[in-house]
Design a protein around this ligand. Sequence first.
Ligand code: PBG
Length: 309
Amino acid sequence: MVEETRLSVKDFILPLFLLDGKNQQIEVNSMPGIYRFSTDLLLKEIETCMNLGIRAFDIFPAYPESKKDKTATESFNPDTFYLKAIESVKKYFPEACVMTDVAMDPYSSDGHDGLVLDGKILNDETLEILGKMAIAQAQAGADILGPSDMMDGRVGYIRTVLDEHGYKDVSIMSYTAKYASAFYNPFRDALDSAPKAGDKKTYQMDPANAKEALIEAELDYQEGADFLMVKPALAYLDIIKLLKDNHTLPIAAYNVSGEYAMIKASAANGWLDGERAMLESLLSIKRAGASVILSYFAKEFAYLQQQSQ
Ligand code: PBG
């Protein structure tokens, strides 16, 4: 009765990795229990998760090198497997909330979220590519777009092109405060999307900065974001609280791949009770102020909750 914070399966968005082909399910080395699914098996996974009460999914594609180029052309090819998979998910599970990722890295031969010229990221030229990607994803049926690219001005740019193309009901969950973090490596393994040169520090945020998150949040709000996201979650609980206290938009937090891998690795060694560490971490993210939690633990949490009922 006196618990101030309670987790619910409804708080979660489950990130899922997709690959091309049929009948494929390949575990991510650094993320035990997490798979890259081909579309047919992704649909089965979504069905299982929906039966557990999970309602929202964030789908990320893994592309082979042969499909990557400088300008991420494959990202807005209407026949590409990622967009086709989104169409299928919405066709078979119209009540599922489908979030997609807007950034160049899965399709970029440079492995960066933006367009690279002479080792530099071209912010404004990237916006045009992100705009095409956003329209293609909205057309495929995405409910929420997640610009994870961190270019300046992209939320406003994407909002404008979506509205112009009649997608006024598609929401934007902005990666508002996305830090240049060491905790993304397992995700880059999952998608083979690590930068080929340099790092992401010119567009992702400096872990030393909190006030800068307030500036980013204000810009995203002004530009038309529907949610503000903080990423990673556990090393940035203060940022979640800061945005919660200063903004009225819903706050999302991304409990990222490295946070998942840390708990799984130590639990596998018997150094931590993995289940308790998971629950405590997720609870702390909600207690800090996140009302939406993107987490690879969502399915495990949902199982546990079902068992305890
Ligand atoms: C890239 C993107 C990343 C994640 C989501 N979108 C990695 C990066 O910025 O390099 C990380 C998610 C995770 O680690 O779970 N657009």
